[in-house]
Design a binder for this molecule. Sequence first.
Ligand code: UFG
Length: 328
Amino acid sequence: MILVVGGAGYIGSHVVKKLLDNGKNVVVLDNLTTGHRKSIDARADFLEGDIGSKKSLDELFLKYDIESVMHFAASSLVGESVKNPAKYYENNVSNTLTLLTKMMEYNVKNFIFSSTAATYGLTEDELITEETTLNPINPYGRSKLMIEQIVQDFHVAYQLNYVILRYFNAAGADPSGIIGENHDPETHLIPLVLKNLLGERESITIFGEDYDTFDGTCIRDYIHVNDLAEAHILSLEALLANRFKSKVYNLGNGNGYSVKEIVDMCERVSSRKANVLIGDRRSGDPSKLVADATIIKKELNWKPVFNLEKIIEHAWNYHSQNQEMIKQ
Ligand code: UFG
C-alpha cells in the first residue's frame, strides 16, 4: 500500500490517478484545506486528517500495511510565504518532521518527496542542474530545503530511502478534464490567464517587465502535471527495486518561457484575447528558473511528453469544462 499525503491536491491527485491506473493500492491522507474531496480518485482509500496529527498517522499506519509514502501536502505559494513565513515553517517543516518520525516508528522506509526549483533561488547558471548552488530567496524555498536536509539526515541515521523531486512549474491537467489545477485563491499564472480569457477575471497583471530577460518578464520552465506524475511512478519503482537508496532529481522540460510568452500561448490555444496589465514585481520571484533534467532522463528513462501548447490545451480544456466548480 502506498500512502499519498496531499492526494486531494493538484499534483497529488494526478499522481494518485496514475498509481491506480498502474494497479497500485493507494490510501490518501489530506486535510482538504487546499485539496478537494472530489479530486480524490474513487478507487483510493481516504482519511481526512493532517500530516501533523500523530493520531491520524497512527490510525493509518496501524490500519494499512504501508510500504511507501509520497508527500504532496505542503503550502506552496512563493508570495504568501514572504508574507506569512510561520505558516510555511509549521505546515511544511514541522509537519513533515512529524510524518517522518512516525514513518520511522512504524518502520516505513521509502519516501518520495515533492521539492521545488525554489530551493535554488538566484543563479547565474543558464540551466539549473542538481549541483547548482541551493540559495533559496523566499521562505517557501527555504522550508523545502530544510525538509530536504531533514530527509538526508534521516537517511544517514535511520536508513530512510528517498527520492527528492525538485519540480519546476507544474502546469496543465489530466486530458480527461476530470482533475486539474484549482486553487482558492488562485495565484498561478496559467490558470489566472485562462480565467481572464473565460471572463471570470477582468484582467491579468504581469508582475514586472524590468527583469534582466529577453522581454523583461520572468522566465519559468513549465512541466505537465502528468509528466511529473510519471516521474513519481518511475522513482518509486527504482527505489523499491533497490536500484539506489537515495536520489535528488530535477523535473522540468528544459525550456524557459517568459510570462508574456505564456499569455500569448493561452491566447492562441483559446483563440481569445487577454486583458493584460503591467504591474510591479512580486516579492520573492527569481528572474529565471529553467531545469536541466538530464539525470532523471538518463537514469530512469523518464521522458516528458507534453510541450507548452499541450500543457495549455489541457489546462484550457479543464478550466472551460469545470467553470462552475472552479469558481466556487
Ligand atoms: N505571474 C504574473 N502574474 C500573475 C501570476 C504570476 O506575472 O498574476 C508571474 C510570476 O511573477 C512568475 C510567473 O508568472 O514570474 C509564474 O508564477 P506562478 O505564481 O505561476 O509560479 P511561481 O514560479 O511563483 O512558483 C511555482 C510554484 C512553486 C514552485 C515554483 C518553481 O508555485 O511552488 O513554481 O519554479 F516553487
